[in-house]
Design a protein around this ligand. Structure first.
Ligand SMILES: [Zn+2]
Length: 135
């Protein structure tokens, strides 16, 4: 597998919890790390990031960012950007809290740091409308 480089600030590589995005230089708290751009969807996918009600963006780098319950960044929904929430040292992983950002995840999983089920704020996985209706 070939990993893309989001030079000069980020490296995409294999970490402890699989492929993730890592700081290639020291980053200060409050910096805009990336403006999210890409296809806008009305539903979540495994790699999309929620930026509003029924608004999910497929950003090339965003889709590679891992979840953490002690994240180093967050999603600024108003400005469609990824922002550091503390100083990040070179080599540290860029993460955000999926449970905090997403309403309902397309692909829930068990958090590797705490064993908590990560499904999104609603506490239940996203289901297509047709599936919800048939219940
Ligand atoms: Zn956790």
């Amino acid at each position: 597998m070939k990993y893309r480089h989001f030079a000069p600030y980020f490296l995409v590589k294999k970490g402890i919890h699989g492929v993730g995005v890592f700081a290639a230089a020291d980053i200060k708290k409050g910096e805009i790390l990336r403006e999210l751009t890409g296809e806008m969807l009305d539903h979540p996918t495994r790699t999309s990031i929620q930026i509003g009600k029924n608004k999910h963006i497929e950003d090339e780098m965003g889709g590679l960012i891992n979840h953490s319950c002690q994240p180093t960044a967050r999603i600024d929904k108003k400005n469609h950007s990824l922002v550091s929430i503390r100083n990040i040292r070179k080599g540290e992983e860029i993460t955000f809290d999926y449970n905090e950002n997403e309403e309902a995840m397309a692909s829930p999983f068990v958090c590797q740091c705490c064993g908590k089920y990560i499904m999104g704020k609603k506490g239940m996985p996203y289901q297509k409308r047709s599936l919800v209706k048939s219940e």
